[in-house]
Design a protein around this ligand. Sequence first.
Ligand code: CO8
Length: 371
Amino acid sequence: MNRVAITGTGIFTPDEVVTNAELVASYNEYARRQNEEHADEIASGSRDPLPMSSEEFILKASGIERRHVMDKSGVIDPSRMMPKLRPRPDDEISIMAEIAVDAAKQALEQAGRTAADIDGVICAASNHERAYPAIAVEIQHALGIKGFGFDMNVACSSATFGIQAAADMIRSGSARAILMVNPEITSGHQEWRDRDCHFIFGDVCTAVVMERVEGNEDGWEILSTRLATEFSNNIRNNNGFLRRTHDQMGERRDMQFMQEGRKVFRQVVPMVADLMLSHLAEQDLQPSDLSRMWLHQANKNMNDLIGQKVLGREPTREEQPNVLQDYANTSSAGSIIAFSKFSGDLPSGSLGIICSFGAGYSVGSVIVRRM
Ligand code: CO8
């Protein structure tokens, strides 16, 4: 078996930022208008008024302070409440491929590699903007990479599942180097009109270069990966290609992100901690051997609890860095942003774990060591 390492990462961060204050102001104005429009039904008891959102709740319940989005004006417009993205003709690069190419170029540069060194592209994300051709193949074409590309989707765990897929190919020798990208335009899928979840997500794209290593090149060797899934309807989206066959093309809440947030919190935390602990034990490692944990970025309280269960004590901010205060939940990209921004300072020999979790349910754990 070959050895495999992460040798480069890249992040595309959209310029536009929506603060909690801006988000709550636009949602509350939307709710006020809705309640005014439906005042008679609300008065007769046939309709519930929309409740107001609050900055204090968002920060306390999630730790999120702001999020980057591809289009701010549409998101905070109370008469729209979703991004407005320009439709692109088929002969123009698609928006997911465009942001992936930006992140990929950074990752390739950090790895000291060019398109000619890469054998395949995996586009691992929780939404893909079309059914086919695969976004990965478009990215491959835009970068001039030979070989192959394919898309995959395991919601928030897409990146760690993508890392395992790439690492297995490199270990077995079917590829020498793989580029994996995670373009997450969550703002297109988020329900900005639902107070219970309107604050959760943000847009970003991450990229990871993985390659065969022989000596002590600079990078993070992937020592082991573990994946787990368990079916749950508590995070769900029913949009899909059969929609028109159901004669259900009208506005429907379940065409956007839906969740039972509290159940997700309760059920996913133990699942994640168990997988991380059993994965470490299988590798004859102790939690105390870890210098850092780069967790999925959905909720600060959730990460604090997972860190506590794994380490048996409260992790420090250095041991378990969060980026969700600035990015919100960026689905599959979250743990990779944390890894990319907070791994460069660790010395050779340091051990760490990248762990993602989300819809499915799905959990992915990747143990890495600084070369
Ligand atoms: N402002 C003020 N009050 C609010 C608000 C708000 N914005 N929202 C809810 N409240 C109220 C509620 O109505 C409730 O009031 P009451 O007690 O009177 O009923 C009270 O506050 C408490 O509400 P919750 O119980 O819902 O609050 P929680 O403390 O549970 O916090 C969270 C809500 C933050 C959502 C929390 O449950 C959480 O983070 N859960 C885990 C979520 C998670 O990790 N989900 C994973 C989803 S991501 C994923 O898997 C990828 C999917 C694919 C990507 C999708 C792209 C869009």
